[in-house]
Design a protein around this ligand. Structure first.
Ligand code: GLC
Ligand code: CA
Length: 558
């Protein structure tokens, strides 16, 4: 293992749902073969890693997060050789592969659970899950899927006991007090390490252990087990990313980022604040959140998503102040009537009322803030959604590749598709798709590709230091990213109206400034440096003795 920075530092991660990405065998269901054939596109786009939501055998009660075999591939997606082909092709393109690791629970159809319910009370087999004679234990643990469940306990006729489940009743929680469970899950990690994966996205990490009189989140025993996983991947001797999903306030998510625990964790509080900023036209809370996030864990260890396969999480009123939630619901278009458990169940584009300027602004922030930007498949096109589908399916519809049948996702007859391709007005796949947008120089897709190219040429944006700069305007957020020989200044206007303002560039006074996305010079840096940004506008400037070459030259198609 080299001593250089690990591959994930500042890496752009593309999240996709294999079932919804590309169908290689024409049965209407996306698969690994289809995904492998699309890797050229992802390389063209310029992402550095893909994160696949679960690919394991599953009855799909929860999008594959209900697993019946941790060491295999869902037959509809392919098999272990198809996975091997995916991995080697991705690596050939220089793309890393991150898989989902679901530690907390299995499917109720997993052989372990079936054996547990038929085994004697107190037996090791029964003890693989969390059982109780009364459903009042762990009563302080909130019900997470509160739209679908009213209790964390479900009565099992065969066992004659209740079993504990933090998610759906189809997802019984594993009992981590049982050393056998710990060993099995460490073996699962070893299995995928040996298959060559580059990282794990650790699902629902806070919930591994339970304890009375607690919320059963982030207990010390849970952290101890995560440290064992870290030791396991360290022992493997390659740079393997461990990225945790802890949907928690920043100070509760931070302990997972202890030096001997996970490498990265999603910053969902930041996500909520990004939406709140656009909804309210004010950058204040966003700046507070960034300052706090960097204070508790500095550097690039936060993963930065906008949307994902779940709802847009806005918390329970503790995390994001209720008035900010109100602002988001009132200010963001299409947010009403789509509340699921803890947030809004829609994709990015409809939440932004289809406005590409806001899409660029938010991604422009992700691509320049310290962390790992996470791009959700389709958001590079401004792809729409299908409200009204079951659970979180509105956000999980097929990727739009071409104007042809099913958006080029599959050759199968339409009723066989895993989920319907989007034909909603304004988002019809005949208009919003990769092929058409590739041909339009001003498209959102080409913008994403160009800005990712610019970002690659600006290492300060990848892993530079981060410093917020005060601006005189309530809609503006400004910061500097710097490494030893490069300083990049960023300013962004989160409001739907233009903003003129001054920045105090005293530390850089007298230095040259050059805007890199437009490729033009600006006045010399001063204590009262004047800038104008249009609605949702943002700019990246190089400070110092800057190179004259415009970075955003025309890209040659490959
Ligand atoms: C995570 C996943 C979500 C899933 C849940 C239970 O939150 O992102 O999709 O339903 O865990 O596994
Ligand atoms: Ca298929």
């Amino acid at each position: 293992m080299g001593k250089g920075a690990p591959w994930w530092e500042g890496a752009v991660i593309y999240q996709l749902i294999p079932r919804s990405f590309s169908d290689g065998n024409g049965d209407g269901i996306g698969d690994l073969q289809g995904l492998t054939s699309r890797l050229g596109y992802l390389r063209w786009l310029g992402v550095e890693a893909i994160w696949l939501t679960p690919i394991y055998p599953s009855p799909l009660q929860d999008g594959g997060y209900d697993i019946t075999d941790f060491q295999n591939i869902h037959p509809e997606l392919g098999d272990l050789s198809a996975f091997h082909r995916l991995l080697t092709t991705a690596h050939g393109y220089g793309i890393k592969v991150i898989v989902d690791l679901v530690l907390n629970h299995t499917s109720d159809l997993h052989p372990w659970f079936q054996r547990a319910r038929w085994s004697k009370r107190g037996s090791l087999e029964r003890d693989v899950y969390v059982w109780s004679d009364d459903s009042s234990r762990y009563s302080q643990a909130p019900v997470l899927f509160r739209k679908f469940e009213t209790s964390n306990w479900e009565w099992d006729e065969v066992a004659g006991q209740y079993y504990f489940h933090r998610f759906l009743r189809h997802q019984p929680d594993l009992n981590y007090e049982n050393p056998w469970v710990q060993e099995q899950m460490l073996e699962v990690v070893q299995f995928w390490l040996e298959r060559g994966v580059d990282g794990f996205r650790l699902d629902a990490v806070p919930f591994l252990y339970e304890e009375e009189n607690s919320r059963c989140e982030g207990l010390p025993q849970t952290h101890a087990f995560l440290r064992r996983i870290r030791q396991k991947v360290e022992a493997f001797g390659r740079d393997i990313l461990l990225m945790g999903e802890a949907i928690q306030p920043v100070e509760e998510a931070a302990p997972y980022l202890a030096d001997d625990e996970l490498h990265g964790a999603f910053n969902f509080v930041l996500t909520a604040n990004l939406f709140a900023a656009v909804a309210s036209g004010s950058s204040k809370n966003l700046m507070v959140c960034l300052r706090e996030s960097q204070e508790v864990v500095s550097g690039c260890r936060w993963a930065l998503p906008l949307r994902n396969h779940d709802e847009l999480w806005l918390g329970d009123g503790h995390l994001i102040p209720p008035e900010v939630i109100q602002t988001i619901r009132a200010g963001l278009h299409q947010g009403h009537g789509h509340w699921l458990n803890w947030g809004i169940n829609r994709r990015l584009a409809p939440l932004l009322n289809g406005d590409p300027r806001a899409n660029k602004l938010l991604h422009g922030l992700l691509y320049s803030l310290p962390g790992m930007p996470c791009l959700y498949y389709g958001d590079e096109l401004g792809m729409g959604d299908w409200p009204g589908l079951r659970d979180r399916d509105p956000n999980r519809t097929p990727m739009a590749w071409t104007p042809e049948r099913n958006g080029g996702f599959s050759t199968a007859p339409e009723p066989l598709l895993v989920l319907p391709a989007v034909t909603a007005p304004g988002y019809d796949y005949r208009v919003v798709n990769v092929e058409v947008q590739k041909l339009l120089p001003g498209s959102l897709l080409n913008w994403h590709r160009r800005i990712l190219t610019s970002r690659r040429l600006l290492p300060a944006l990848r892993n530079g230091d981060f410093e917020l700069i005060e601006s005189s305007h309530p809609s503006v957020i400004s910061y500097v990213r710097s490494i030893s020989d490069m300083t990049v200044l960023v300013a962004a206007n989160v409001a739907g109206a233009g903003a003129s303002f001054y920045l105090d560039l005293t530390p850089w006074k007298g230095q040259r400034t050059r805007e890199v996305l437009w490729g033009c010079d600006y006045p010399i840096a001063s204590e009262n440096w004047f800038v104008y940004l249009p609605a949702y506008g943002f700019s990246w400037w190089l400070l110092g003795e800057v190179d004259q070459t415009p970075l955003n030259h025309e890209l040659v198609d490959t």
